[in-house]
Design a protein around this ligand. Structure first.
Ligand SMILES: CC(=O)c1csc(NC(=O)C2C[NH2+]C2)n1
Length: 130
């Protein structure tokens, strides 16, 4: 009903704000757009579920997420994929893994500090009811 749509609208506003802040952080530049398959031709052979901050934003606008938890699953793909695709000891791999770990910790810190657990519980109830 209308109150449910009010909750989901507030969820989308929160998720857009989080995603925008991540996309503005220079540490996360490599995660802002889909990996360019022309530049990295083997990427899709290694990474089965690509994800990036611009795709997260599109998903929000397309009402893909009814809970923060669903959003977090896709946000986690971004840094998980980077750790998987960059496992080596060479400095470039280490650099992007460092940034992937910073992304993981930053997302969790924002959610812990700024998401009311009662709000997420209401979102989960809406999801179960559909
Ligand atoms: C987004 C992401 O994880 C990414 C983009 S390029 C890259 N890695 C490299 O270009 C090479 C350094 N060793 C492979 N990783």
């Amino acid at each position: 009903e209308e109150q449910e749509e009010d909750v989901l609208r507030e969820l989308r506003l929160f998720l857009r704000n989080v995603t925008e802040r991540l996309a503005l952080d220079r540490r996360f530049k490599a995660f802002t757009k889909p990996v360019d398959i022309e530049e990295v031709p083997d990427y899709l052979m290694v990474i089965k579920k690509p994800m990036d901050l611009s795709t997260l934003m599109t998903n929000i606008d397309e009402h893909k997420y009814v809970t923060v938890s669903e959003f977090m699953s896709d946000a986690d793909l971004i840094w998980q994929n980077a750790l998987e695709y960059n496992p080596d000891s060479d400095p470039m791999d280490r650099h992007i893994r460092h940034r992937a770990c910073a992304l993981k910790d930053t997302v969790r810190a924002i959610i812990r500090d700024e998401l009311d657990e009662d709000f997420e519980r209401v979102c989960e109830e809406i999801k179960e009811s559909r």
